[in-house]
Design a protein around this ligand. Structure first.
Ligand code: ASP
Length: 325
């Protein structure tokens, strides 16, 4: 039987109503979650590594989780956490996981105190995906609501529905049916894992918008410890002329990555030419995020900075991982 390592970090899947005011809080550990699944066609080594809401997830916890997973010498790793930052966790693990064995991240939209909680089915599916030999070499995967997503594409696209997770426009990689994975697509070859060590400092995301003088970006970038900035730009990668002036001033000292705030579709490179357009920002030395949204661009930029990447390497990695090349 395959051996699967299961790390629980908290989130709704581990929550039940609290006696005091009835609000759901993390109460269930990895063993409790596993206990509800009955007999399984695999051995599972379960460990509770944290019990937090995922808005409090941080790099230190994820590095601890990744290193615990690598030490278990299992056939697959399942990570359970809150859905709110699950897309960032999955992408972080995808970037930094140096092994062929699959990592499958899951959670739940409905806690154990609500009607039809989805946690047990999601966990059972995640174990199935982790134990499937065809999951090897695919990096980090996400399974929720029977879909299997690539970490690279998945995002939480609805705040409360059971089908909250979407990989649009790429679509899910597969689906779990009757405890078997039906794969629809192969995964593209994975670039080598990144080896970030120094995760100190800040990589903020600043969203561009109406009546935007650039003052917010300027003041955020001036905060102590800022190592790079992601701008969630309008449309295909556009900012106001005031913000463009700020970006021109920042680029010589810190990397500035420009993503689209639209939630779907890539940044462009050479369609518009006005001050603040994508081509003007590229000419200033900004890096375009391509198909990566601002959230994922932030994770990639922070991991690259933690790996000591210089500006050329940052540009190359964004072109490769943002599907621009
Ligand atoms: N609502 C969240 C969840 O789905 C809470 C969290 O992210 O921890 O798990």
């Amino acid at each position: 039987m395959p051996l699967i390592a299961l790390a629980s970090l908290g989130g709704t899947i581990s929550m039940a109503p609290d006696g005091a005011d009835g609000g759901a809080v993390p109460r269930l550990g990895a063993a409790d979650l596993l206990g509800g699944l009955g007999d399984l066609p695999m051995d599972v080594l379960a460990e509770t590594l944290a019990g937090i809401g995922s808005a409090s997830m941080d790099f230190a916890t994820l590095l601890r989780c990744r290193d615990w997973g690598l030490r278990q010498d299992a056939d697959g790793l399942v990570v359970v956490q809150g859905t709110d930052t699950l897309e960032e966790t999955a992408y972080f693990l995808d970037l930094t996981w140096p092994s062929e064995i699959p990592v499958v991240v899951t959670g739940a939209m409905r806690n154990a105190g609500l009607f039809s909680p989805d946690g047990p089915a999601n966990l059972r599916n995640a174990l199935t995906v982790a134990a499937d030999p065809r999951s090897r070499g695919r990096g980090a995967l996400v399974t929720l609501n029977d879909d299997v997503h690539a970490a690279r594409w998945v995002r939480k696209a609805h705040s409360s529905r059971l089908d909250a997770f979407s990989s649009a426009p790429a679509g899910p990689l597969g689906m779990v049916v009757e405890h078997a994975v039906h794969w629809f697509h192969p995964s593209p070859p994975r670039p080598p894992a990144l080896t970030g060590v120094d995760f100190g400092g800040l990589v903020p995301v600043v969203e561009a918008g109406l009546d935007d003088s650039g003052a917010v970006l300027s003041s955020v970038a001036a905060q102590p410890g800022v190592r790079g900035v992601v701008v969630a730009a309008t449309g295909v990668g556009h900012v106001s002329s005031g913000t463009a002036d700020v970006i021109a001033r920042l680029v010589p000292s810190i990397p500035v990555v420009v993503a689209s705030r639209t939630g779907a579709g890539p940044t462009l490179r050479s369609t518009y030419g006005f001050q603040g357009s994508e081509s003007s920002l590229i000419a200033m030395g900004a890096t375009m995020a391509g198909w990566l949204d601002a959230r994922k661009a932030r994770i990639l930029l922070h991991v690259l900075l933690a790996s000591g990447a210089d500006r050329d390497r940052i540009e190359r990695e964004f072109r490769r991982r943002g599907d621009l090349d």
